[in-house]
Design a protein around this ligand. Structure first.
Ligand code: CO
Length: 494
């Protein structure tokens, strides 16, 4: 039997899940060369929230980070997490911007692209997958795992077959909430192997304490790869620790061979980094949280949600809002909860509890019902569609959302030229997604300016001129941080 292989996530998901994505390139570098020599099948180093964090909080050019890490770890393929048509943002971008992003990333050295869509709408993956293949790189099509009446093993396997037909080199099961039960993982891997025939990776989180057991069951079923991190950037809301996984596989015919002494040294090194990032870590994220299983929402979303409800003077409404999340998901066609849908569903559930069910509809929630993010996996409530039509005159769209978007690259280049900034593809795609932060990166640096003080909650300070208005008639602004991401909904009462 072939040993199972590990990808290591400590340089991306590990610190995104446990330290608000704040690990700097400088903190990564001493470990990168050691990780490179250990025989990991891949190192996840980029994508997800890292680009945002580099620009917004760390003053780093994310493409420079990738080039630096490639130079430090040239032997091991590096992975990134790509939100399909959303790239690494929360809204859809036109095809030409998605293509330019993938091309620029491939040129900077990216090897494996984990491409997913929050709704599992494969139309939102097509452009990214096609471009990855055109660049001669590895496309790993991700199936977002969630639980609902419409999310059956059969439906996931059907999506796997579709991803193979779209040209993916391998399939990833992306269990962002850590809710896949070991027996289901076993079943899903068995079926995917039989009917898709591509290499399969299981990616999970140990949020609810299921992660390592799910890996073990998937390994028994023949999964090719699982993803592990390195403590203390492991376990809890992150991936299971590599040493822990090796111990679980003791005596197993598929136990791989990784240098435990080096792993112990890396653990010691990362313990120092974890301390340095103490402002951004929390014991809440380190422990097993079975509430995730009760409420069926991601662990990171839960802990932030408690704080947000407190800020809105709704702490006593926690159970009601959690129950309402279930209703909002159902009404919106059982969409998976992952960036950006987790933020949107959370906001809407809070509005429903505050003002009454669907009395106030957040624009982004309406957009999901109108298929503007893609095709939800289940049926959107016809009553909700009618309500939105009555209030706004809008009807659900039929086609792929990005088909409605005009090409933007020429305009992006013109804007950068006018500002006297670089105009290559890297510059254009960063400017498309993070215009202010990108401009700041190129602003003349004040001599010896101290590093800005950043708040642990990842909530950017509210602009002084625009305080959150009190509840009452008119427009309301809601700011929520869920799973480390902040979303704002400005809601007009109708
Ligand atoms: Co993850």
């Amino acid at each position: 039997m072939k040993p199972v292989q590990f990808n290591n996530t400590v340089l991306r998901d590990g610190h995104q899940s446990l330290a608000a994505t704040r690990m700097t390139t400088a903190q990564m570098l001493p470990a990168a060369a050691i990780l490179d020599g250990m025989g990991f099948a891949g190192l996840e180093t980029w994508g997800g929230a890292t680009i945002d964090s580099c620009l917004r909080f760390l003053g780093e050019n994310p493409f420079d980070r990738l080039r630096t890490l490639k130079a430090a770890a040239p032997r091991t393929p590096q992975l990134m997490l790509l939100r399909g048509q959303n790239i690494v943002q929360y809204t859809s971008f036109p095809d030409d911007v998605v293509e330019a992003f993938v091309r620029a990333d491939a040129a900077a050295g990216q090897d494996i692209f984990r491409v997913f869509d929050a709704l599992n709408d494969t139309r939102n993956l097509a452009t990214a997958i096609k471009t990855v293949k055109a660049c001669g790189k590895h496309a790993r099509g991700e199936i977002c795992y969630t639980t609902s009446p419409v999310h059956t093993v059969e439906a996931f396997v059907k999506m796997g077959v579709e991803l193979r037909e779209m040209g993916c080199d391998s399939i990833g099961i992306k269990d962002m909430s850590g809710v896949i039960a070991p027996r289901i993982a076993h079943d899903l891997v068995t079926q995917l192997r039989a009917r898709v025939g591509l290499p399969i990776t299981l990616h999970t989180h140990d949020t609810a304490g299921l992660g390592a057991a799910a890996y073990l069951a998937a390994i028994d079923a023949g999964v090719d790869l699982v993803e592990t991190s390195i403590a203390p950037f492991a376990n809890g809301t992150a991936q299971p620790d590599t040493l822990r996984m090796l111990a679980l596989l003791e005596g197993h015919p598929r136990q791989p061979d990784y240098d435990r002494k080096k792993l112990a040294e890396l653990r010691e090194y990362f313990t120092g980094v974890y301390k340095e990032l103490g402002k951004f870590t929390s014991p809440d994220n380190e422990r097993v949280d079975s509430d995730t299983l009760i409420y069926q929402v991601p662990g990171g979303m839960l802990s932030n949600f408690r704080n947000q409800l407190k800020e809105q003077n709704m702490a006593d409404k926690f159970d009601a809002v959690m129950a309402e999340i279930f209703h909002v998901r159902e009404a919106l066609g059982w969409i998976p909860l992952v960036t950006p849908t987790s933020q949107i569903v959370g906001t809407q559930a809070m509005l429903n509890v505050k003002f009454g069910r669907w009395k106030t509809i957040a624009p982004a929630a309406a957009d999901i019902a109108l298929n503007k993010y893609g095709r939800p996996p289940g049926v959107v409530s016809p009553e909700l569609i009618k309500l939105i039509a009555d209030r706004t005159g809008q009807k659900p769209i039929e086609g792929r959302p990005a088909d409605a978007l005009a090409p933007r690259m020429p305009q992006l280049r013109a804007e950068l030229t006018a500002k006297g900034l670089p105009t290559d593809d890297e510059a254009c795609v960063l400017h498309a997604m993070f215009p202010q932060e990108f401009a700041k990166l190129h602003a003349p640096k004040a001599p010896a300016a101290p590093a800005p003080v950043v708040v642990p909650s990842a909530v950017p300070p509210a602009p002084a001129a625009a305080p959150t208005p009190a509840y009452g008639p008119g427009a309301h602004r809601y700011r929520l941080t869920i799973a480390g991401r902040t979303t704002e909904a400005v809601v007009e009462e109708v």
